[in-house]
Design a protein around this ligand. Structure first.
Ligand code: SAH
Ligand code: SF4
Length: 374
């Protein structure tokens, strides 16, 4: 599956883009749909195996196109069945995808960037800084590879039923590559996932929330993490650019187009930082303004953060008081943390492998918190 620079990597082309590509090489538009089905539904990468394409096209394709995926550096399965892959995206950069099997669904957590420029206080991806945007092909390849490695058969039996853009990176800061990738996830000739089963998670890049609502309104999760501007400025530095009032108004505008009638607010629980009773009151105020569900995420510690996970009784108090106020509140289960696959533990710099290994040793000490769900 190697490629030279002149070849077009078909994995990243939405079906309309594949149609244009077919036009450019003198083929009819319907060939695009056939190609999409072979590539994405059947997971076939060899043109010779695409048996219902005209023989002349099968012979033409290798000179102009390729199907190229990142290499696999690690493939680990946790005790709870969570599976994590580390993919090589070149020049010392790597990104991670995590598959979370549940009885009624299989969720793939997909990365959008190598590193992240937003630099949230509690996030190990943020601590790495920003390396580069992934291409649409590199985003889709994570889903393509996961289906293949999980053993989806060639009839396209669904193993990954849901995609969440909650891996490394801020998806809305890689908008041009994100949208064709999302469109392929939704397209019936490709992965055919419903808009409710594809979620973009954002730290709150307001202008691109508006654009997404027009271009590809999938389910939206917003990383709130603080209920007032002073605290959010500290935890999510992007708040200085797009403060809460603007973010919440953008959520309301998004809801006019969203596939579900609520926004999911994510709220990482940090001991003595954002877990006080006064924060509960402020959160109730926000939830009165924006129809939402609240997903509390027990913080996954890493030593450099200097932060601790909220105590279990604080998390329970949040759930009780917010639920009593009529807000649907859930606590995210920590999955796959024995293989560093939990939220905010994704670290993808291969140059940094040694440090990563040291880190997971020290995490065994830090992660003593009782009541872990994994
Ligand atoms: N950049 C996007 C999506 C990737 S982060 C965003 O911020 O929404 C996915 C989720 O993991 C976010 O809600 C993020 O806040 C959360 N997260 C990051 N670091 C974490 C940590 N150490 N513990 C728990 N959750 C974390
Ligand atoms: Fe980037 Fe999201 Fe991590 Fe913030 S939480 S640094 S936006 S990946």
């Amino acid at each position: 599956m190697s490629a030279s620079a002149q070849l077009t990597n078909l994995l990243g082309l939405s079906v309309p883009q594949l149609e244009s590509f077919c036009g450019e090489i003198g083929e009819k538009p319907f060939r695009a749909r056939q190609l999409a089905r072979w590539l994405h539904k059947n997971g076939v990468s060899e043109f010779a195996g695409m048996t219902d394409l005209a023989k002349s096209l099968r012979e033409k394709l290798p000179a102009v196109a390729c199907v190229q995926t990142p290499g696999i550096i690690h493939d680990n399965t946790a005790r709870d069945g969570t599976r994590k892959w580390l993919f090589d995206v070149g020049q010392g950069n790597a990104v991670e995808s995590v598959f979370i099997p549940e009885t009624d669904r299989g969720t793939l957590c997909v990365s959008s960037q190598a590193g992240c420029a937003v630099n949230c206080r509690f996030c190990s991806t943020g601590k790495q800084g920003f390396a580069r945007n992934l291409s649409a092909a590199e985003i889709v390849a994570q889903l393509w590879l996961a289906n293949r490695l999980l053993g989806a058969d060639t009839k396209g039996e669904r193993i990954v039923t849901n995609v969440v853009m909650m891996g490394m990176g801020e998806p809305l800061l890689n908008y041009e590559q994100l949208v064709p990738a999302l469109k392929l996830m939704l397209d019936d000739h490709a992965y055919g996932l419903s808009r409710r089963r594809v979620t973009v998670s954002t730290s709150g890049v307001v202008p691109f929330m508006d654009r997404l609502s027009q271009d590809c309104p999938v389910a939206l999760a917003v990383s709130l993490h603080a209920p007032n501007d002073n605290l959010r400025d500290e935890l999510v530095p992007l708040n200085k650019k797009y403060p809460l009032r603007e973010l919440l108004d953008a959520c309301l505008r998004y809801l006019d187009h969203a596939p579900r009638p609520f926004i999911t607010f994510e709220y990482v629980m940090l001991q003595d930082v954002n877990d006080r009773d006064s924060h509960i009151q402020e959160l109730i105020g926000i939830a009165r303004h924006v129809p939402c569900k609240l997903n509390l995420i027990p913080f996954n510690p890493f030593p450099e953060s200097g932060l601790l996970r909220s105590r279990d009784d604080r998390i329970s108090r949040f759930v009780e008081r917010l639920s009593a106020a009529g807000i649907v509140t859930t606590v995210r289960k920590t999955r796959g943390d024995d293989i560093d696959a939990a939220c905010g533990q994704l670290a993808g710099d291969i140059k940094d492998r040694t440090r990563l290994a040291e880190r997971s040793q020290s995490e065994k000490i830090v992660q003593w918190v009782p009541g872990r769900t994994s």
